[in-house]
Structures are given as structure tokens and as C-alpha cells.
Design a protein around this ligand. Structure first.
Ligand SMILES: C[S@@+](CC[C@H](N)C(=O)[O-])C[C@H]1O[C@@H](n2cnc3c(N)ncnc32)[C@H](O)[C@@H]1O
Length: 246
């Protein structure tokens, strides 16, 4: 995702830093404290501006969600969009944050305190999944979502794809037995590659479609920003669900 540098991105993120988790270190020991409950945890890798995770957290509220995004200026938009969707306020004219009661937190203020109820069931983490996932303990996650990841089409870049076998093995390790890996892409060569990788992996393919928007799964599908863009350009959307059979 290409982004112009967000003005005051760091200070904006700092204001809403109670909605973010800075590192996987210690996170899994404190999950219950962070979310205020012990619901199963789901992860999205590459959340972009957060459309999917916002939708999913409402559609299936009996889970906690961790959205991982490697570009900090993209992640700040995801956090702000989520905060707006929870009715926690909006960007203030001065670039700070304005609570619905009119209280303004200028840039540079201390992080805004929210109650657990206000923060709901989503937290965000800035970082590269490749570096973060190895720190996640075995069997810690109920489901993993990857939506419209970079296809890394060039020869020699195969190992960077988030559906490369080594990633799938890592997903299998951190997922509970029976947990699911859920993947969507407009890119057919990447999708075909991913189906082959799943075949070699500890996962069993449960479901796949080459045309999600004309399938029975569309009724519950949450369209992401990239999904809407590619679909509008006439690309059909591929989707697979694979079950962890370790
Ligand atoms: C093409 S965008 C799709 C965004 C969103 N999922 C959607 O469907 O609208 C891919 C996003 O994944 C992020 N990303 C790519 N590789 C990642 C990785 N290894 N770890 C975390 N985020 C990653 C990128 O920074 C980018 O924001």
C-alpha cells in the first residue's frame, strides 16, 4: 500500500495508543488483561485501513481481534477509523482528537484513556508479520485472515508471499487444532499458488471459490478497501478457507 507520509502520524498514533499493542513480547501472557475477557483471539495480517477487522469485530463479536499492519502511517488510519466507528470521537481541526463531548486532546497530549467497553474487541499492532509471528506461542490463535496481500509476482520473491509454505507452517503452529486460515485475493496466479501451498501444508482445504461475490459466501463476506477497488475494475475475487489439521 503506497502512502504519502501522514502529517504528525506518530503524535496521532500516540493519542490513541491505548488501542494499540506495541509488541508481541508479553502480549500473549496479558491477553485477558488487555481485552478484559478471555474470548478466543483472531489475527488479521496486513489490515490496511482496517475495513475488514471493523466489520468482523461487529459481525462476530465473541472473539478478540489483533490487526497487524507493517506500515505505521497506514496503521494510524486503521486505528482512527476504528475509534470513530466505536463512537470515541474524531480528528480535531488542530490535528488532535476530539471526544464526542467536545473535549479536545491536542497533538502531544498524553494517550487518551478509554474504558475496556469503549475499546471493544480490537487492538492494533505495527510490525512485519514475518518478525512478529515467531514470537506468538503455539495454539494461541483461533483464526488468521489475510486479505489482498502483495502478490510478490517476480521470480525469486515467492518466499515473501504470505501464503508461502513456511508462512503456512507458522500459521499452523500458532493456530489451535481446527483453527482456520482465511485468504482472499483478486490475483489468480497468487491464488493458484496458494492452493498448491495449502495442499503441501498441515491445512486441509475446506472451501474455495474463484468468484466470491457470486458465491453463497458473499452474504457474510466483508468487503475490504482493496476488494472494492479490484471488484470495481472487473476482477473476480478468489477466497479460500483452510482448516488446521496438525
Ligand atoms: C494490498 S494492501 C491490502 C489492505 C487490506 N487488507 C485490504 O484488503 O484492503 C496489503 C497491506 O498489507 C500490509 N502488509 C504486507 N505485508 C505485510 C506483513 N508481512 N506484515 C504486516 N503487514 C503487511 C501492507 O502494508 C498493506 O497495508
Amino acid at each position: 500500500m503506497r502512502m504519502r507520509k501522514k502529517s504528525h502520524g506518530n503524535e496521532r498514533r500516540a493519542l490513541l495508543s491505548n488501542l494499540t499493542v506495541s509488541t508481541t513480547e508479553g502480549f500473549f501472557e496479558k491477553v485477558e488483561e488487555i481485552y478484559g475477557n478471555n474470548k478466543p483471539l483472531r489475527i488479521e495480517i496486513g489490515c490496511g485501513k482496517g475495513d475488514f477487522i471493523r466489520g468482523k469485530s461487529v459481525q462476530e463479536p465473541d472473539y478478540n481481534y489483533l490487526a497487524i499492519e507493517k506500515i505505521d502511517d497506514v496503521c494510524v488510519l486503521a486505528v482512527e477509523n476504528y475509534a470513530k466507528s466505536r463512537g470515541l470521537g474524531d480528528l480535531a481541526k488542530n490535528g488532535g482528537w476530539e471526544r464526542p463531548n467536545g473535549e479536545i486532546y491536542p497533538l502531544g497530549s498524553e494517550p487518551i484513556e478509554f474504558t475496556k467497553e469503549e475499546m471493544g474487541n480490537v487492538r492494533f499492532m505495527v510490525g512485519d508479520a514475518k518478525m512478529l509471528l515467531p514470537n506468538i506461542p503455539d495454539n494461541a490463535v483461533d483464526a488468521i485472515y489475510v486479505n489482498f496481500c502483495d502478490p510478490w509476482s517476480k521470480k525469486g520473491h515467492t518466499k515473501r508471499r504470505l501464503t508461502y509454505i513456511e508462512f503456512l507452517k507458522m500459521y499452523s503452529r500458532i493456530l489451535v487444532p481446527g483453527g482456520t486460515f482465511n485468504f482472499k485475493t483478486d490475483n489468480r496466479p497468487l491464488f493458484d499458488f496458494s492452493l498448491e501451498e495449502v495442499e503441501k501444508s498441515p491445512f486441509t482445504l475446506e472451501y474455495h471459490t474463484f468468484d466470491l461475490h457470486n458465491s453463497e459466501m458473499d452474504a457474510t463476506n466483508i468487503r475490504t478497501e482493496y476488494e472494492r477497488n479490484f471488484s470495481a475494475k472487473g476482477f473476480s475475487i478468489n477466497m479460500l478457507i483452510a482448516k488446521n489439521n496438525k
